[in-house]
Design a protein around this ligand. Structure first.
Ligand code: COA
Length: 254
C-alpha cells in the first residue's frame, strides 16, 4: 500500500500520511508524493480545499532519521523542498488534522497550513537543536511572530515536547477537538470551505500571504545552514543514537 494516500471527494483533496509502523516518519519518496498531490490540487479546478492528516495514531514523527543518517555530503533534499514549496504556495486553503505526535517538520509544516485542528493529547516538538540541526522552512521567521520571541526560543533552543494547550495558546492551532470527534469536525470544516466561492476563498488566502518574499528568503537562508548542520558531528551522533536506541554521547561533539 502506498505510504501517501491521496483522494479527492466533494472538492476536498485529502493527503494522508500512511507509514503507521514508523509513526508516519517521512521518506524522500513520501515528500515527493505529497508535493505531486499538492501540485495536482493547484492545477485541478475541482479541488477547492486540501486536508493533510496521518493514518493511525500519529500525525508524523518528522523526517526519516534513517535517511538523514545515510545521506552523503552534497546530496540535496530536493523532494523535501518540493513538498514545502508546494505547501507554502498552495492556492487552496490547507487544513491539517493532527493527533498523536507532530515532530520536526510535522510541526513546521503546520505553520504553512491555514486551519489546524488537534486532538487534546497531541505532543508537538521541534527537536532540531537536539539533533545538531537548525530550524527549517521559515519556522525561525514565523514562530517568533506568532508565538513571541521568548516562546519560540524555548521551543527551538531547548527542543522539548509541548502539548496541544500550549500549541493553541501560542498560535500553532486553530482549535483542540476531542479525539473521537476530530475527523468529523475537520471534515465538516473542509466541506464548509468547499462550499465557499472559490475566487473569494483563494484571494482571501492570498491577501493574508503578504510576507511571502520574506518567508522565501528565510527558507533559503535556513536551508544553507541546515545542510551544513546535517553533516556535523552532533547530527551524526544524534542520528546514530536514535537508530541504535541509545542515549546521545555529548562528548562526541562540541
Ligand atoms: N525516523 C525514522 N524512524 C522513526 C522516526 C523517524 N523520525 N520516528 C519514529 N521512528 C520509528 C522508530 O525507530 C520505531 O521503529 P522500530 O519499531 O523499527 O524500532 C518506530 O518508528 C516507532 O517509534 P517509537 O520510537 O518506538 O515510538 P514512540 O511512541 O515510543 O515514540 C516518537 C514516538 C515520535 C516520540 C519517537 O519515535 C521519536 O522521537 N522519533 C524521532 C522524531 C524526530 O526526532 N523527528 C525529527 C527528525 S528531523
Amino acid at each position: 500500500m502506498s505510504q501517501v494516500l491521496s483522494t479527492i471527494n466533494n472538492h476536498v483533496m485529502t493527503i494522508s500520511i500512511n507509514r503507521v509502523e514508523k509513526k508516519n516518519a517521512l521518506t524522500l519518496a513520501m515528500y515527493q508524493d505529497m508535493a505531486d498531490a499538492l501540485v495536482h490540487a493547484n492545477d485541478n479546478e475541482s479541488v477547492k480545499v486540501v486536508l493533510i492528516k496521518g493514518e493511525g495514531e500519529a500525525f508524523t514523527a518528522g523526517n526519516d532519521i534513517e535517511y538523514f543518517a545515510q545521506r552523503r555530503d552534497g546530496d540535496t533534499i530536493a523532494e523535501i523542498n518540493a513538498f514545502m514549496q508546494a505547501l507554502a504556495t498552495c492556492t487552496c486553503p490547507v487544513v491539517a488534522e493532527v493527533r498523536g505526535v507532530a515532530v520536526g517538520i510535522g510541526t513546521t509544516l503546520l505553520l504553512h497550513c491555514d486551519l489546524v485542528y488537534s486532538a487534546p493529547n497531541t505532543r508537538f516538538c521541534l527537536p532540531f537543536i537536539n539533533l545538531g540541526l537548525v530550524p527549517e522552512y521559515a519556522s525561525s521567521y514565523i514562530l517568533p511572530r506568532i508565538a513571541g520571541r521568548r516562546k519560540a526560543s524555548e521551543w527551538l533552543m531547548l527542543g522539548e515536547a509541548f502539548g496541544a494547550d500550549e500549541a493553541l495558546q501560542f498560535g500553532i492551532l486553530t482549535d483542540i477537538v476531542p479525539a473521537d470527534k476530530l475527523t468529523d469536525t475537520v471534515q465538516a470544516v473542509c466541506n464548509k470551505l468547499a462550499a465557499k466561492p472559490v475566487f473569494a476563498l483563494q484571494h482571501t488566502k492570498q491577501l493574508m500571504s503578504n510576507e511571502h518574499d520574506a518567508i522565501e528568503k528565510q527558507i533559503s537562508a535556513e536551508l544553507d545552514v541546515f545542510l551544513e548542520a546535517l553533516a556535523s558531528d552532533a547530527a551524526k551522533e544524534a542520528f546514530d543514537a536514535f537508530l541504535n536506541k541509545r542515549p546521545v554521547n555529548t562528548k562526541k561533539f562540541k
